[in-house]
Design a protein around this ligand. Structure first.
Ligand code: KIV
Ligand code: NA
Length: 276
C-alpha cells in the first residue's frame, strides 16, 4: 500500500478524481483510511461538528494539534492535511512559520491548509519555500464569517468571479499543490479547474473539479443540525447511534443487560473462603 503524497495528488489531475474527507479523531481516521480515501483533512470544521461552537472562529492552534495528532495515528495510506485556524497565519510571516512548523512537528501531518487568495500569497510562498506543502482554500471562507456576514455562495458577479480566478492563479504561483473551491457556481469552478495546473477540490463547487471534499460528519449523517444543499448523506449515523443508545438504556432499566454472559466468575475456593 503506497502512501499518498503531493506528487500522487498532482498526478491525478485530469486522470482520476481525488477523494477527500474530514477526520478529527483516531477511529474515524482509521476507518476512512481503510476505506481508501486519498486525503484526510483535519478541518477546523472541528469547531462546529465536534466541539459544538457555532463557527470555526473559536478553534485554536492547540485544538488543531490535539486532533491532528489523533488523525495522523489512524492514517496509514491517506495524506493528512491540517487546517491552520483563525488568526494563526495573519499576524506576521514569522509567526505563521512558527505555527505551521508546530503543526507539522507535533502532529506528523504532511501539509497545512490556509483560507485566502492573493492577500496571503507571500505567506504561502514562505511556507512552500520552507518545505511545507500548502493546500489553498478560496470561495466561501468560514473563518471570515463575521466580516462577510454569513455563509453564502461566492463568485456570483463578474468582478467576484474574476477575483477568484486571479486568486487561484496566484496560489498556484505561490507553490500550493491543490486548492479547495468552496461554494462557487459550477461554471466558475470549471473555468478555474481548466486554467490552473494543480488540482481543484470542490465542496459545493459542482462536478468539474479534480476532486471532492465533504465534512465526514455531514456525509455520514452524524451532524444534522443543518445539512447544506451540496451534501449527500450516505448513512444516518445520528439515527443508528440514537437507536443503539435507546436500546441500551431500555435493557439496563429492564435488567436485560448485563447478563451472566457478560460477567466474570471467581474461583470456587476463593468464593467459599470469602462468602461460603
Ligand atoms: O474545515 C473544513 O472541514 C474544510 C473543508 C470543508 C474544506 O475546510
Ligand atoms: Na476549514
Amino acid at each position: 500500500m503506497k502512501k499518498v503524497t503531493t506528487a500522487t495528488i498532482r498526478n491525478k489531475k485530469g486522470k482520476e478524481k481525488i477523494s477527500v474527507l474530514t477526520a478529527y479523531d483516531y477511529p474515524t481516521a482509521k476507518i476512512l483510511d481503510e476505506a481508501g480515501v486519498d486525503i484526510l483533512l483535519v478541518g477546523d470544521s472541528l469547531g462546529m461538528v465536534v466541539l459544538g461552537y457555532d463557527s470555526t472562529v473559536p478553534v485554536t492552534l492547540s485544538d488543531m494539534i490535539h486532533h491532528g495528532k489523533a488523525v495522523v495515528r489512524g492514517a496509514s495510506r491517506a495524506f493528512v492535511v491540517v487546517d491552520m485556524p483563525f488568526m494563526s497565519y495573519h499576524i506576521s510571516i514569522a509567526d505563521t512559520m512558527k505555527n505551521a512548523a508546530e503543526i507539522m512537528q507535533k502532529t506528523g501531518a504532511a501539509s497545512v491548509k490556509l483560507e485566502g487568495g492573493v492577500e496571503i500569497c507571500d505567506t504561502i510562498s514562505a511556507l512552500t519555500n520552507a518545505g511545507i506543502p500548502v493546500m489553498g482554500h478560496i470561495g466561501l471562507l468560514p473563518q471570515s464569517v463575521n466580516q462577510v456576514g454569513g455563509y453564502s455562495i461566492q463568485g456570483k458577479t463578474v468582478d467576484a468571479a474574476n477575483k477568484l480566478l486571479q486568486d487561484a492563479i496566484a496560489l498556484e504561483q505561490a507553490g500550493a499543490y491543490a486548492i479547495v473551491l468552496e461554494c462557487i457556481p459550477y461554471q466558475l469552478a470549471k473555468a478555474i479547474t481548466e486554467q490552473i495546473g494543480i488540482p481543484t477540490i470542490g465542496i459545493g463547487a459542482g462536478v468539474h473539479c479534480d476532486g471532492q471534499v465533504l465534512v465526514t460528519n455531514d456525509m455520514l449523517g452524524l451532524y444534522d443540525n443543518f445539512t447544506p444543499k451540496f451534501v449527500r448523506q450516505y448513512t444516518k449515523l445520528h439515527e443508528s447511534i440514537k437507536e443503539g443508545a435507546k436500546q441500551y438504556i431500555e435493557e439496563v432499566r429492564t435488567e436485560a443487560f448485563p447478563t451472566m454472559e457478560h460477567s466474570f466468575e471467581m474461583k470456587n475456593d476463593v468464593y467459599l473462603k470469602l462468602y461460603g
